[in-house]
Structures are given as C-alpha cells and as structure tokens.
Design a binder for this molecule. Structure first.
Ligand SMILES: [Zn+2]
Length: 400
C-alpha cells in the first residue's frame, strides 16, 4: 500500500493536478442518454444482429408506476427485474410501492425465483445507464417475508439500497465496447509490446499468463452488475463450481451492492472498470485518475477489500492510463479471447469462437448482460471442463 501511495504522489507530481472533491449528486436536470448504454442491454454492433427481445410480464391489476417488468431464465432459475418510476409526491411511499410491485410480480409468474426492482424519479428516468435510481431491492422468493419486515417494521434487510443523495455527479457513459485492446495517441512502449507478446505481469500490465503449460484460463465479465442478469449469471457459475473476475462499473456497483457481495461471497473477484464507463485516453490525467479512483472507492466500500485489477473501457489505453492504474496499485488486465458477445453473433457462432480460442494461460472476455452469452455459458463451461481446462479468476492464473 505504501508503494501505491508513493506512486500516486508521483503521478500527481507529474501531472500537476488535484482532484476535484466537490462533486455531489445532481439528480434534478434531465440528461439525454443513448437508448443503449453499457450495463443496460447489449448494443447492436455494425453489421451484426439485433439482441433477442427479452420477455416482459403484465401485472394484474396493473400498477401505474411500473414501466416494465422483464424476466429471463438460465435453465435453472428465473429472475424478473421491475422498473418503477415515481413523481415527487410518491417518493414518500417508496417502501409500500416496492412491496406491492414485488408481490404483484411474483403473482404474475409463479415460476420466478427472484424479483429485483429499481425505482427511479419519473422526471429524469433515462434507462439503466442514466441517472441512478432512488431505491433498488433484490428479493429471492425465500426472502419475501424478510423484505416485508423491512417495509413494515424497518427490520434490517441486506438486499436493498436507498440512494443517499451524495453520490458522484452524473456523467453519461461512453458506448465503447471491449473489442481489441488498443493503444491510442501514440505507440506502445517496448515494455507494453513485450507484455502483449510474452505474457506475464510486466510493468503493471497483464495480457495473458506466461504459463502456457497448465490448462488454466481466466474467465472475466465486463460492465457488471446488472439487476436481471447478475443473479442468473452468478447462479450458473455457482452450479458449475467456476469462479470469475467481474470488471464492474462503479456507478452500477453503487446502487446494487448486494450483487457485488454475492460475487465475493462465492469466491469471485471484483475488478475496476471505471466509475462511469468512460473512454480514458481523451480525458485529462486528473479526470482519468478520478474515474479509476471513484470506482475503487465504490467497490471497496462494499467489499472492504482493496481492488487489485483494472480494465479500461473499450480496452483503450495510453501511457497516462497505465500510469494512473499503476499509481493506484492496480494491474491493468486485457484479454486473449473475445468472442464478441456484445455483437449478438448467434449462439452457435459465439460458442464455437469461445471453444476455438480457449488456450492455456488465456483470458476470456465476456459481458455480464449479453443474453446469448447466458444461453451458451453452461455449454461452454462444460466443454472447457471436458477438455481438461480450469476456468478461474485473474488472480487464480498460475503466477502469471
Ligand atoms: Zn465495458
């Protein structure tokens, strides 16, 4: 830690800047947000297929504040996510409304194992990547009674979040996706080239493990957590006995802390994917550092553990990005195997890409909220095991 602090001081000295500490929540002005933003639904990449429509539920009787209830299964369990919007007068009765929505959603589809909900202010609602919700909750069927006690008697319930109102100011995320790690504004240094070519941890960079003899590869998911996909994905990993590294967006982690806890409780690793999912190379060094630092703070507040790994959005980096990560004591992690799940290539193609590229010491890149990924994951995990592969966290790779 002392070394990280020293590197941080050096970073500041080199960049002659200070962090703005006066950022506060700004939840009042509506901001236009793209229909599809990281962490919401997978965007359609040029020339590829549209994402499959996610089924929705109709509540009966209807609840006027409910905008949409989507649900999805992973072959074992089903999870619904209800999006609720309220006007200022209705903010006083969020708990009662939340209970009504959870009950009505379970009633609408008795097979559901869990109902998650996000309540937003109606006047600024702009989708999952827009302004943060007022309140979120995750209610597994077995916890309905506990949730009811929280509503009525204010008994603590660990799967609920209420916006404290002092979170970092809103910034629209960039729509950039992780495709090929790329250096921008210049050329790779010889050290970066060496790290990419030879693998192993070099100068705070990790493209793949140096150890190509053991059939061990890392499994990573970017853009987490998402209130419908996360429980489904974590359930599949748990059933397969596989642990992975999740590169989470800080502004998504903050309102869904219970999913971050679920990750670590099942032995997964939580890495940093910036606070707002911004492309880092165009930013000033100070802003760049702030994005990474804020995400670290959001994660550490939940897990109580220091973050070790970082992945820049879009895989885009330059010397300053690497220096900022190093200054915070983070290893910047790229990947060897990107099957393009965010392009919705079709399940057969996605699975064959994954199987073909899997290699000892490799790092597999997936996105936590791609429905095709969820459909083929179980088959891929089974095929990997059949070939003798162990899929694990970045930290679980043989010492790089
Ligand atoms: Zn991303």
């Amino acid at each position: 830690m002392a070394r990280a602090n020293k590197a941080l001081l050096l970073f500041f000295a080199l960049n002659l800047g200070t962090l703005s500490s006066g950022q506060v929540a700004d939840q009042t002005q509506p901001v236009a947000v793209p229909a599809s933003v990281p962490g919401q639904v997978q965007p359609v990449a040029p020339g590829t297929r549209a994402a499959r429509a996610v089924p929705t539920l109709t509540l009966s009787p209807g609840i006027p504040q409910v905008r949409q209830v989507q649900y999805l299964g992973n072959g074992f369990i089903e999870v619904a996510h209800a999006i609720v919007t309220v006007n200022p007068a209705e903010r006083m009765k969020l708990r009662v409304l939340a209970q009504q929505v959870v009950a009505a959603t379970f009633a609408a589809r008795p097979r559901l194992n869990e109902v998650d909900l996000s309540i937003y202010p109606a006047e600024t609602y702009a989708g999952f990547g827009g302004r943060l919700p007022l309140m979120t909750a995750s209610v597994p069927r077995s916890r309905v009674q506990d949730f009811g006690l929280w509503i009525t008697d204010r008994v603590p319930y660990d799967r609920v979040w209420v916006n404290p109102g002092h979170l970092p100011a809103y910034e629209a995320p960039d729509r950039v996706r992780e495709a090929i790690p790329k250096v921008t504004l210049g050329h790779e240094t010889s050290l970066e080239n060496q790290a990419r070519r030879e693998g192993g941890l070099l100068g705070g960079l990790l493209f793949h493990s140096k150890n190509a003899n053991s059939p061990i590869a890392a499994l990573t998911f970017d853009d987490a957590p998402h209130p419908m996909y996360e429980p489904l994905l974590l359930d599949l990993l748990r059933r397969a006995g596989v642990r992975a590294t999740f590169f989470v967006i800080g502004r998504n982690a903050a309102p869904y802390p219970y999913f971050i806890r679920d990750m670590t409780e099942s032995g997964n690793e939580v890495g940093n994917h910036t606070y707002h999912h911004l492309r880092l190379p165009p930013l000033s060094s100070v802003k760049m550092l702030g994005e990474i630092q804020q995400a670290n703070a959001a994660i550490e507040r939940i897990t109580g553990e220091p973050v070790k790994y970082f992945r820049p959005p879009g895989g885009e980096y330059n010397t300053q990005v690497l220096a900022a990560a190093r200054a915070l004591g983070l290893t910047t992690v790229f990947w060897t195997d990107d099957p393009g799940d965010f392009q919705n290539p079709g399940e057969a193609l996605l699975e064959s890409r994954l199987r073909t590229k899997l290699r000892p010491g490799g790092i597999v890149l997936l996105h936590d909220n791609a429905s095709e990924m969820l459909s083929i994951l179980q088959g891929f995990l089974r095929a990997a095991r059949y070939r003798g592969f162990t899929l694990t966290t970045v930290g679980g790779l043989p010492k790089y």
